[in-house]
Structure formats: C-alpha cells, structure tokens
Design a protein around this ligand. Structure first.
Ligand SMILES: Cc1cc2nc3c(=O)[nH]c(=O)nc-3n(C[C@H](O)[C@H](O)[C@H](O)COP(=O)(O)OP(=O)(O)OC[C@H]3O[C@@H](n4cnc5c(N)ncnc54)[C@H](O)[C@@H]3O)c2cc1C
Length: 386
C-alpha cells in the first residue's frame, strides 16, 4: 500500500496486537483503529501467567498504555472468522479496513483424554492461569506434561505452593535441544533441588481417570494434570481465505511482514517467514519477537518498508534460575561452556570462530553482551536449517 490508510483493523489482543496499535498511534496514525480479540479482557501480557501469577502474587498482567487512552476501539469477546478484500468477518459482524494486521498468536496444544478422564489443564490465557492457581494446593499430586520452558515454570510455582510435583516429557524441550550434556545434567539437578520428580525419555499418551498413561505402558497417578506441550497457530479461521498459510498453519509473510494481500500484514507467534539471516524458513514463539515484529508491521502499514529478520531471543525464570538464550545454534562447529560462579555461566556456540548463539544461565548481562556481538557479526550463520 503506497498511501497511508484511513482505517486499520488489528486481529488479536495479545502482545503483538497491542504493540501494533500503540505503534500506529505513536507513529502519527490518527484514523479509525479497531482491535478485535476473542478474549473477555483487553490485551494483557503472558509471561507473568506462568511466573508471578501462578506463584500467587496479586498482579494484573495488563499491557500499557491502555488502548482506550489512544482511542483504539477494542472489541472483546469477538472472534474473527474470516477475511475478504477490505473486511474482517467476525462473530459480531463485519469490520471494513483499508489496512489490517493479523496477530492471532497460538492456541495451546491439547493432550488427549482417555474414556471418562477429565481433560488436562492448559496454560495460555489469563483465565487458564487464574483457574490453575486454585489447583496448586499443598499436598496435591501435580503432574506436568512437557519439560519445556513453560512446563518448568509451572513446576516451579507448583513446588513453591507445596504440591508434590512430577514433570514428564521426552526431553527438556526444543529450546535446550543442543545444550551440552554437562549443562543438561546441571539443569536436571535443579529439579532435584526443588523436590520435583523429573522423568524424560517417555511420552504421556493421555489422561486417565486417576492420572496419565505413558508411552512405555506405565501409568502415573496425579490429582492435577497440566499439559505444557506447546501450541499451534490460531489460524484455522484463515483456512478458506486468500491469506497463505504454511503446512503447520503459520501465516506466511514476506520480509516486510506483508501477507501478500494488499494492506494486510501479520505479526507475532502466528507468522512464519523466510530468514535471509539464516537462509531458512523461521517462526518464533517468544515475547521479543511478538513485540518487534508488530512494531515493524505497524510501521510498514504506514509506508515505512522496513525489513524484519531478527536474532531470536527468549528468557525464562525456572527452578530458581534465569535462562537467557540469544541467536541460533544451528550448525555451530564448536561449543564452549564458561563458568564463573560470581557472574553466572554461559554456553556459547560458534562457527568458524564467530559466535552464533549463547545460553546464559543466571547471567542476563552475558546475554546482553552476546546480543551486541551477534548484531555486530552480520549474518552469522548463513544456510542453517532449524
Ligand atoms: C504462560 C506463558 C509464559 C510465557 N513466558 C515467556 C517468557 O518468559 N519469555 C518469552 O520470551 N516468551 C514467553 N512467552 C511467549 C510470549 O508470551 C508470546 O510470544 C507472546 O504472547 C505472543 O504474542 P502474540 O500477540 O503473537 O500472541 P498471543 O499472546 O497468543 O495473542 C493472540 C491473541 O489473539 C486472540 N485471537 C486468536 N485468534 C483470534 C480470532 N480468530 N479472533 C479474535 N482474537 C483471536 C487470542 O485469544 C489472543 O488474545 C510466554 C507465553 C505463555 C503462554
């Protein structure tokens, strides 16, 4: 779109939707701005759900500024069900637009339930977190399916609440897939220190009336089962539309985060793009990506023509430790573990002597330094597949 639009509709009330609306206003967009969200609340932040909120801290994870103060019309409890040229179709009618930003995020993957079994709880929304918090009662046997970042954070909160906690998953999740064995052993030790029983190398097949059924035919008893097994893009409403989705359902966008439909951009967890930095198709499911991509997409709606090709970054607070991961280990040819008991530890991946990624443990300052180094090392690892 070469001229600035008069009206923009944002679909999705998460971080990406909120950031896009704020950016549009801060970049001088004075036209009609509408945000559609299927949730009952105005946009809020998700990382506190598995941390402060689940640990019982009184906290409302609101995102500021309040969109009402920016004259954004927020339509809660409104589900987008389709898109056509110039209009979003929703359960509350049609919303015409000159430009649109699609940011529907992910929906939690569900664990199958066996006959007569209650479904596992999930954690994606504020309502999920508020409901889950009431279940974390001292003495309860809490079983978490999935030992990834969110599984570990939920386990931390449940253990702190005095629950008897087990975590079961095939491994420690994709984020830690390439971490050297010595560091993985250290992370496993954190579970022991928190009194959490960690079982890897086995999958949970389904919930049963008394716990869960395992892939090795075993059974584990539990009072509360929580599925922390990732999410899939909330894009089924686009299936029959002209917006292109990849085979996994992510919205495919070009380097400007445009879907290919004139004036229709997308951002956040639900998008996939071809990264020229890494020479492969990418998607990310992390906070900074949601915010940064929405910022760029909003600016492009207003004609900026900026490219988006980020350095991946995430953080996690789990089991009494802080993890920060920056970059992409990909086809690194060397990995080094640096331990400094005073300033934390870092795992650094390099290729041809140049850094490609770092996992910093209890050392946010090392991750910040690594970010600067990786940004300086232009296009660190071309041609790397995920
Ligand atoms: C519990 C939890 C903890 C996390 N902790 C961390 C962390 O520590 N560090 C980190 O880097 N990242 C973390 N993340 C990830 C981070 O929060 C996400 O990357 C970010 O929220 C993605 O923002 P988004 O706007 O793309 O999607 P979402 O936040 O999922 O927002 C999408 C919104 O769109 C709505 N929507 C979907 N479909 C429709 C539709 N058809 N019509 C209307 N509305 C629709 C959804 O209901 C939702 O409100 C965490 C995520 C969760 C769930």
């Amino acid at each position: 779109m070469s001229t600035k639009p008069d009206s923009v509709v944002v679909v999705g009330g998460g971080l990406a939707g909120h950031t896009a609306a704020v950016t549009l206003r801060s970049c001088g967009f004075h036209g009609r701005l509408t945000l559609i969200t299927q949730e009952p609340a105005a946009p809020y932040d998700r990382p506190p759900l598995s941390k402060e909120l689940l640990s019982g801290q009184a906290l409302t994870p609101t995102l500021s500024p309040d969109l009402a103060d920016l004259e954004v019309q927020v339509h809660t409890d409104t589900v987008a069900v389709g898109i056509r040229a110039g209009e979003i179709l929703t359960t509350a009618g049609r919303f015409p637009f000159e430009a649109a930003l699609l940011a529907p995020g992910l929906k939690a993957r569900r664990l199958p339930s066996g006959p007569g079994a209650a479904p596992a709880r999930g954690l994606r929304t504020l309502a999920d977190a508020v409901g889950l918090r009431t279940e974390l009662v001292a003495g309860q046997r809490v079983l978490i399916v999935g030992a990834g970042l969110i599984g570990a954070e939920v386990a931390t909160a449940a253990a702190a609440a005095g629950c008897r906690v087990s975590v079961i998953g095939p491994d420690l999740g994709p984020a830690l897939a390439a971490v050297p064995d010595a560091v993985l052993a250290e992370i496993r030790g954190w579970y022991d220190e928190c009194g959490i029983r960690l079982t890897t190398g086995v999958r949970v097949l389904e919930t049963t009336s008394t716990g869960v059924l395992l892939s090795d035919s075993g059974h584990r008893a539990a009072d509360v089962v929580i599925a922390a097994i990732g999410g899939s893009p909330a894009t089924s409403w686009l299936d029959a539309s002209v917006v292109a989705l990849d085979p996994a359902g992510f919205i495919t966008v070009d380097e400007h985060l445009c879907t290919g439909l004139p004036g229709v951009y997308a951002a956040g967890d639900a998008v996939a793009w071809r990264s020229s930095r890494y020479g492969c198709d990418m998607h990310l499911e992390h906070w900074h990506h949601a915010a940064d991509s929405a910022h760029v997409a909003a600016r492009n709606i207003l004609g900026a023509n900026e490219s988006y090709d980020p350095l991946p970054y995430f953080w996690s607070h789990q089991l009494g430790h802080g993890l920060h991961y920056i970059g992409r280990h990909g086809r690194a040819d060397a990995v080094e573990i640096r331990t400094d008991t005073r300033s934390g530890r870092a795992v650094t991946w390099t290729r041809g002597g140049r850094p490609t990624a770092m996992l910093a443990i209890d050392a946010a300052h090392l991750a910040r330094r690594a970010r600067r180094e990786l940004e300086a090392a232009d296009r660190p690892e071309m041609g790397v597949a995920r």
